[in-house]
Design a protein around this ligand. Structure first.
Ligand SMILES: [Zn+2]
Length: 317
């Protein structure tokens, strides 16, 4: 890709809609992606609330309300949108900085359990380069979080790289590793079609809790003992780790800007990814906001421990 193509922020060319069901509620939901202004980031617009209001929820780690089975963002008044990670992965994977995501239910539709439908929708309207320069979060020193044998870390690195390893006792999955330097082309070809997966034994516990009601072989790879139940089989032999990579890209997109750094995880997941962002932003010496041309913009220390939207806007207004 031409150097200047990635130095500027992007949005989508027009509004595009995606219909599907929520994996937990099983209910129909419509998603509309709208073009958005430079420096506005990714914002969820939750409509259809019982109190009649529409809620704007910025797609940022500070608004994350739950990470148990998926990643959910919410506002203090109780509005929320769950299962955002596969859409967030598509937006980050394709290099989209600014979008309003209007959703009329409490979940982003699961589609086929991957990012493919979102990539296809975005391709219908294309990307538009905006006048403002892209900002990136440059990792200045290693950050690491651990939970038992699982860990995740961010390290300084010239590009934007992800290295993910999973290790399941189940023989169908076993130990799998993948490493990529993230570009839109790599995301499309190697990551975007990797589906979510689950064990039938877990599903039997979750269904009585009102979760996974929309789950089916249409939107996840189901594993029972040492067998895959989906008649079509896998899209890659290592589809599982590719999906964990997809999830990590989506979860880390809640930083509010692309990374210049290396993300690594072992047995990672939504919660560990969230804790990684929390640890990063708790240490203002661990990162800096830089313009895509690598010139330092605003040192993190001057922004405090959180990235504040007005601080972004002041620089480019
Ligand atoms: Zn996922």
């Amino acid at each position: 890709m031409a150097r200047n193509a990635t130095n500027f922020q992007t949005t989508i060319g027009d509004t595009v809609r995606v219909d599907g069901i929520g994996v937990h509620s099983g209910e129909r939901v419509t998603l509309a992606l709208h073009p958005a202004d430079p420096d506005s980031g990714i914002t969820f617009l939750r409509t259809g609330l019982s109190d009649g209001r529409d809620a704007e929820i910025s797609a940022e780690w500070k608004n994350v309300g739950a990470t148990d089975l998926c990643t959910m963002v919410g506002d203090p008044r109780g509005a929320s949108v769950a299962t955002i990670e596969h859409l967030m992965a598509a937006l980050r994977g394709l290099g989209i900085d600014n979008v309003v995501v209007e959703v009329d239910g409490g979940e982003v539709p699961v589609m086929d359990g991957s990012s493919e439908a979102f990539v296809e929708a975005i391709d219908q309207v294309g990307l538009v380069r905006q006048a403002a320069r892209r900002r990136m979060i440059k990792i200045l020193k290693p950050i690491r979080v651990e939970n038992g044998s699982a860990w995740a870390e961010l390290r300084p690195y010239e590009g934007s790289r992800y290295e993910v390893t999973i290790d399941f006792a189940n023989p169908v999955i076993g130990r799998q590793s993948i490493g990529v330097d993230l570009t839109p082309d790599v995301f499309r070809r190697q990551i975007s079609r990797a589906r979510t997966f689950g064990f039938v034994s877990d599903l039997e516990k979750l269904l009585p809790m009102g979760l996974c009601r929309g789950s089916s072989l249409e939107n996840s790879v189901a594993i029972k003992d040492d067998r895959i139940l989906n008649p079509e089989g896998l899209r890659w032999v290592d589809e599982f780790v590719r999906h964990k990579l997809l999830d990590a890209i989506g979860d880390l997109a809640l930083s509010g800007a692309p990374f210049q750094g290396l993300y690594r995880s072992y047995k990672g997941g939504h919660k560990l990814n969230f804790l990684t962002l929390k640890a990063l932003f708790a240490d203002p010496t661990a990162w800096a906001l830089v313009e895509a041309a690598s010139r330092p913009a605003t040192p993190a220390a001057e922004l405090g421990t959180a990235m504040v939207a007005p601080a972004f806007r002041a620089e480019v207004a």
